[in-house]
Design a protein around this ligand. Sequence first.
Ligand code: IVH
Length: 684
Amino acid sequence: MTKEEAKQKIRELSSLINDHNYRYYVLSDPKISDYDFDMMLEELINLENEYPEFSEADSPTQRIGGYITKDFVTVKHKYPMLSLGNTYSEKEIIDFDKRVKKTIGEDFFYICELKYDGVAIGLTYKNGLLHTAVTRGDGIQGDDVSANVKTIRTIPIKLMGDDYPDEFEIRGEIFIPLNAFEKINKERINNGETAFANPRNSASGSLKMQDSSLVAKRPLECCLYNIIGEHLSYDNHYDNLQKAKKWGFKISNYIAKCNGVEEIFEFINYWNNERKNLNFDIDGVVIKVNSYALQKKLGYTAKSPRWAIAYKFKAERAITELLSISYQVGRTGTITPVANLQAVQLAGTTVKRASLHNADIMQKLDIRIGDHVFVEKGGDIIPKIIAVDLNKRQADAMPEIFIDKCPECNSILSRKEGEVHHYCLNDSDCPPQIKGKLEHFISRKAMNIESLGEGKIEILYDHDMLRTVADLYNLGFEELFGLEKTHEATENKKEKKTSFREKTAKNILNGIEESKNVPFERVLFALGIRYVGETVAKKLAYHYKNINALQSITFEELVLVDEIGEKIAESIIQYFSDERNLHLIRRLQANGLQFELSSTSGLIIENKFNGSTFVVSGVFESLSRSEIKKLIEEYGGRNLSSISSKTNYLLAGANMGPSKLKKVKELGINIISENDFKEMIGLQ
Ligand code: IVH
């Protein structure tokens, strides 16, 4: 392929892929299979790697992410990001309409829209290209989250058509659809991570992640509802939104032109009922005067426009009685108080339980057994206890005292200063903690022993065959084959006892055997050290290379490692200072588990780079970014997360941002390509 042909092909592929992206994500009308799409994208990535100079400004490879943002840059909003006056009362909507009519005194209409419950974002486009994406912040200035926002497929990087203003800003809300939110939370719980409280938190958490390639994996969407600029196509809100749709933006279809309050209430009532059928959260309806001239006439208060108002839906609420409070013990010993309620109907489901979260929240509510409590279902999936009806409190109701012993193992609970949770520290003898640890150990991202699952772990536990994860490696065929499922599940099925078949037993043993090849970083994650998730485990494994080095580390040394904070460091030190954990590790080592980085995953193979520092940025052709980083460490180099005068090399993949390149050039840092890098270490 000649250079000219490559340039042409890159242009063609970029525009074709962008078009398919738009069809898939914005129109929900794909025209090609996922496989064909992936093939096209791969071809483009390869070409951009070979000819980075031809990478198009709107390249869809930006959707894959690859930039690391250490600290988000604060940017001042060109137009302040105001909030809306909001109300829960119909009367205030009528008053709003009266005020508006008084100022306007002519015929006009309102636009009613849904009020998305997500994270506000302002997108600036210059000459048809997405220039910056900034969060609301304090309304005057926000964070530049452009790299992360570029991974959101419903946000165009390059606009379609040619009739857009040279520069304008469009604002909207970034959110995670409800079905995707549930999936993310299930995965997080499986990984021992804390679940997001609601979709809004998961969206804002995603936007603030440092690694945009991880953001790309989050199913974020964006709906736009406000366009601002000097030379817009029309003199009113509605027509400009419809125009923006043609440029490739996702604009809500649930918009109505309303003539007066009656039509506004029709819209409100319809969506108050219908919102339960949407796949995203809304918390109300926004009512806006359509004409810009009239908006100008109405003007602004210090905080919000006088031409718009938000009507917020009341969260559905019910009253019921608190029967008892129970305490649950999680995998890492966290104690969660749970309210057991007299069953009550709320927003279409029967509610019997609600989390009370922790002692502080219980104390704040001053909740007592027998109290009548208000239960609400707002944006959160789990119902919440909002308050106690003190009028109905029995005279003899006693304040609830948080338990001081573990409900499962009776050991004394601990609550450290500054922590909200009580913990059971008896992690080696407390049944839910033991089972939780075993389940975590065998899970997919840890040791991946698929032939075992929660149910089987429970059976083996009930038979006293498993007390620590090391016991897994003592299991033999004779014990497993024919083992009776005395587990509750079979009792429910009217005592119909079944037992492990030969194949089941063999599969379990094979799975356990194979787990001996699982690399060190995953073994470290599998140990279930509090706050050591997948990413931290990797970081530690690459940094310390083997368990011995990690075991002898001090707190002071640990906190110096990139991304390891005090909380994590303290937990690691505590884990390795416990003789029982050291004993467990010795047993696992004796059974042949990997407690050293394999030569292909991180030990220094050859000290070629001798401590030189690298920043890896962009999208690469034959190696993933993490493989490259691993190689850098294997050859004695060090990875830094952002460019500074301390950087020796910038390893640049496809799609490096121009500002980054400029900074690198100014600092005189060596820029090397993937191929240069491979040559340096003799890979080609
Ligand atoms: S218009 C001048 N329209 O609600 C204000 N806002 O409290 C222009 N929101 O900051 C905002 N859905 O984050 C507008 N259809 C919608 C909206 C919406 C959600 C959010 C937005 C805004 C906040 C107002």
